[in-house]
Ligand binder design. Structure first.
Ligand SMILES: [Zn+2]
Ligand SMILES: [Zn+2]
Length: 365
């Protein structure tokens, strides 16, 4: 099969690799029908995630079709359409039993395109298949559910839920990239009083308004803290969600939040940020961080199936899976291309294939 392989910092190729095979009885093999690229993949390519070894297939977000199951898999069968999420769950360790799948110590957690081969490929081996994939309701398209593989549960759990967004709240969201926009979208589920999007890039601020933000602030030309204080009787935001991952955006969130408010950090940080405890302690500010657990994925899937949530607007670009290299070039240049998420689509000819076993039998015969 073909896959996008990481060969060390700055090096990636779309190349022929061996087909994945069942290694554990709890594995399934999934044909990738739609995949996507994440900002995290770009971090890996910069060399920021050193545990990713050269030779690893990248990608941790996909919708696909089960083509083979291990002997211990009981809830899936060949032909099932599934969402393959960024988080895998062994289902047996202490953290999985507590719903903290992101912290799984039994071999799960964030493993795709990180510790094992990922999902920007024609096929993938999915460990702990019974407890890690989500069946896609037949009436939903790949694009309707693809962004549940990472950004929606990430922003919902680590931003909106950890931040404790309540009806009527003023929610300040710093960063209007895919994660910030997913926070805008999922914060609305709680009917906040006002969502304020803060970003220096105007195309992103326009997107934030389209996604449901009430106010957009360009913090390169305006003082965001003063603007938010004006809106809130001088108090500040009830909840500030950090969706960038830079020291200055984290520190901005700490300045934006009201006394007794909450800062929910979603951004992936590569450098230390300053925590002004000398100002924050007496203001009773709560700060949370985290990796997504994906315990809300079934709920988000239901919201999409019920027509209450529509994530398709994240798909700004589409490429055939075989053109993943070009898709990376486009996605990495988001400042010019205004890319949010790119959908990598398997070739149409691969949409209705024989299950692979049958294809192999046919070949042998
Ligand atoms: Zn991701
Ligand atoms: Zn576990």
């Amino acid at each position: 099969m073909k896959a996008l392989v990481y060969h060390g910092p700055g090096e990636r190729t779309w190349e022929q690799v061996p087909d994945p095979a069942i290694e554990q009885p709890t594995d399934a093999i999934v044909r990738i029908d739609s995949s996507t690229i994440c900002g995290t993949d770009l971090h890996i390519l910069k060399g920021d995630v050193p545990e990713v070894v050269p030779g690893t297939i990248l990608g941790h977000e996909a919708v696909g079709t089960v083509v083979e199951i291990g002997d211990a898999v009981t809830t899936l069968q060949a032909g099932d359409r599934v969402l393959v999420s960024c988080i895998t769950s062994c289902g047996r360790c202490r953290f999985c039993k507590e719903g903290h799948y992101g912290l799984c110590t039994g071999g799960g957690g964030w493993i795709f395109g990180h510790l094992i081969d990922g999902l920007q490929a024609e096929y993938a081996r999915v460990p702990f298949a019974d407890t890690s994939v989500y069946e896609v309701p037949g009436e939903l398209t790949d694009e309707q559910v693809l962004f549940l593989a990472d950004i929606l549960p990430t922003s919902f759990e680590v931003g909106v839920l950890a931040g404790g967004v309540q009806p009527g709240d003023t929610v300040a969201i710093v960063g209007a990239g895919p994660i910030g926009l997913a926070a805008v979208m999922t914060a609305r589920l709680f009917t906040p009083g006002r969502i304020v999007a803060i970003d220096p890039a105007h195309p992103r601020l326009e997107k934030a308004l389209e996604f449901g933000a009430d106010l957009a602030i360009d913090n390169s030309s305006e003082n965001a803290v003063e603007r938010v204080q004006e809106l809130t009787d001088g108090l500040g935001a009830d909840v500030a969600i950090e969706a960038v991952g830079l020291p200055e955006t984290f520190e901005l969130c700490a300045d934006l939040v009201r006394p007794g408010g909450r800062v929910a950090n979603v951004g992936v940080h590569g450098h230390p940020a300053t925590l002004h405890l000398e100002r924050l302690w007496i203001r009773d500010v709560t700060i949370t961080t985290g990796l997504v657990d994906t315990f809300t994925t079934p709920r988000l899937l239901k919201l999409i199936a019920e027509g209450r949530l529509d994530a398709t607007a994240f798909a700004t670009h589409r490429f055939p899976l075989a053109e993943t290299m070009a898709a990376y070039d486009m996605f990495a240049d988001a400042a010019n291309t205004n890319a949010l998420k790119v959908v990598l689509e398997a070739a149409t000819v691969a949409q209705e294939p024989l299950p692979r076993e049958e294809a192999l039998v046919g070949h042998d015969a």
